[in-house]
Design a protein around this ligand. Structure first.
Ligand SMILES: [Zn+2]
Length: 299
């Protein structure tokens, strides 16, 4: 039995996982000052109430920069510089603890849930754009914890919008929820549209489904940039499947089909036939993936 802990800005999701399935799940509030004490005391209670004898390990998905279980920065929570191995060892001596960035963990969760492949990427289109890369069943962390930060791949230089990271032309500036709105505002006067003066990314996708000219144009552009990103990932990590997740992915087929269309024209022949699918696991991916970090007999 493993625990998969998905730490978010407001709540911590705690999953009890067996054989890559969540058998029990809970939520506790995220309190910056006592975060790891709160999680540990919840786990201790659960373990004692259920008379659990053997825990394989505790996996964490954390919203920020973490390398080798050292938490450099969780900006949305306001936590910095914590050695998670030491912190958890106070409460669970000898128990295997592994932490990873939440985008990586979500990718692993989605892959484990489908149980079809061992090599996958998940691109999360939300407030920002993130990506987790799983190779041979293991999350690719990178030396600086930056592997898979495709949101800051400079592939929309045509617009050169400024990104929160300090660079310009990042994928995130056109493919996040705010990016979709930004693109629609940029082209607002060039096409007919039923969009009001204030709107959301969801409005853009909803109207595109009704063949609104501006929204169709924007969805196609967004899909083009995501496809371009996947075509670059394709010849870099060469995985079986790309899952598209996050709030923007709820647009569904209109987005996924447009990504596939552009991908065919952008991808190298060797990787043309990969799968591109909408992620299905939503809120549980983090817990499942966090538990999936715990692998016995690690080499
Ligand atoms: Zn950026």
């Amino acid at each position: 039995m493993k625990f998969g802990i998905d730490v978010g800005g407001t709540t911590v999701k705690i999953g009890v996982v067996e054989a890559n399935r969540i058998i029990d799940k809970y939520e506790i509030p995220t309190i910056k000052e006592t975060l790891f004490e709160d999680i540990s005391s919840f786990l201790k209670d659960y373990i004692s109430k259920n008379s659990i004898q053997n825990i394989e390990g505790i996996g964490f998905g954390l919203p920020g920069n973490v390398v080798n279980n050292y938490i450099y920065n969780l900006p949305n929570i306001g936590i910095k510089d914590i050695d998670l191995t030491k912190e958890m060892d106070k409460h669970f001596p000898g128990v295997l603890v592994i932490a990873q960035n939440d985008a990586n963990v979500a990718a692993l969760g989605e892959m484990l849930y489908h149980n079809e492949y061992k090599n996958a990427c998940m691109i999360t289109l939300g407030t920002g754009v993130g990506c987790g890369i799983v190779l041979n069943g293991k999350v690719l962390e990178g030396v600086h914890g930056a592997a898979g930060e495709v949101g800051h791949m400079c592939i929309a230089g045509e617009y050169n919008f400024s990104c929160a990271c300090g660079l310009k032309g990042c994928l995130e500036t056109v493919a996040s929820a705010t990016g979709v709105v930004r693109l629609a505002k940029y082209h607002y006067k060039e096409y007919e549209t039923k969009l009001a003066s204030e709107f959301t990314a969801k409005d853009v996708f909803d109207l595109a489904k009704q063949k609104d000219p501006l929204c169709l144009f924007v969805v196609d552009k967004v899909a083009y940039y995501i496809a371009k990103c996947i075509s670059i990932l394709g010849i870099t990590v060469d995985v079986d499947v790309y899952y598209i997740g996050g709030g923007v992915s709820k647009a569904g087929d209109i987005l996924i089909d447009a990504i596939k269309k552009h991908y065919k024209t952008l991808a190298l022949f060797a990787v043309k036939n990969v799968k591109i699918e909408q992620a299905t696991l939503l809120n549980d991916a983090g817990m499942l993936g966090a538990a999936g970090l715990i692998i016995k007999d690690e080499q």
